[in-house]
Design a protein around this ligand. Sequence first.
Ligand code: 8YV
Length: 314
Amino acid sequence: MSYNVLTNTQLSPTILEMLTPACTVTVWQGEATDPALLAATEGFFVYGHPKIAGPLMDRMPKLRVISNFGVGVDHINLDDARARNIAVGNTPRLVDGATADLTFALLMAIGRNVVIGDRYARSAAFTHYDPNILHGHEVHGATLGIIGMGNIGRQVARRARGFDMRVLYHNRKRNLAAEAEVDATYAELPALLAQSDYVTLNMPLTPETRGMIGRAQLRAMRPTAYLINVARGGVVDHDALVEALTQGWIAGAALDVTEPEPLPRDHPLLQLDNVIITPHLGSATVQTRYNMARRAVDNLLAGLEGRAMPNRIA
Ligand code: 8YV
């Protein structure tokens, strides 16, 4: 028995090795995909963030399971899947540590001029040591504002303790377990923005969080503060962010995610020295990516075989 599985992009050899004993895997070619192939598809292995909603699902009448490689499922219409009895799996918890590590890497890199310092140190302009240049802002002892105190936010808070940071957080609802574990203090959004030296975005993209950081929120931040986004580009209004960074409303931003992703090559954010951009590397470690692959494959196979999926979100 070999299940018909579609994927949206060429999968890594590691994932293919996990899938091929039980599945025949083909790659979606967009509109050019053979309709017969779609009609036969039983499982969809989703890699990256292609938009998947009802009309596409309807072209796959045999589709029983969508397995998402990643925790965030904002690109998949879960209501449409539920309405069609299609199970959706994802990979929660597995990405938390790596994503929190990258949140901290970006926080330190933007606060301490690591990237711009690297560029300078490689350039012809670096002719002698100059103690007057590239003074950043302290990380230890600073106030960190975490927006989104879920599993990833909590891991960020744990790392912040090691840097003797004061930790504020904002979340849909208070997270008393996190407060007790990491000594984080709940704050309303305006208070968090006004008091934080570093603001990290660790929430999912939902209709409520889309555009949550706009002009008013960026204006409420300190001119010496930094914004770090490892969530989804859609939670930040990018036009407002350009304004904030060029008008000095905030000191800088470090973005692992943007909308669109990638940004058009002539986007003004790419021209700014007080911005760091990484290509969505939050979970990109050898170990985490392996664990995500394993879980995504396990979800897919369980769904196809009618067993309980290890992580089912819809
Ligand atoms: C993945 C992510 O890299 O888990 C998520 O939500 O954004 C990342 O860890 C991405 O989803 C790859 O498919």
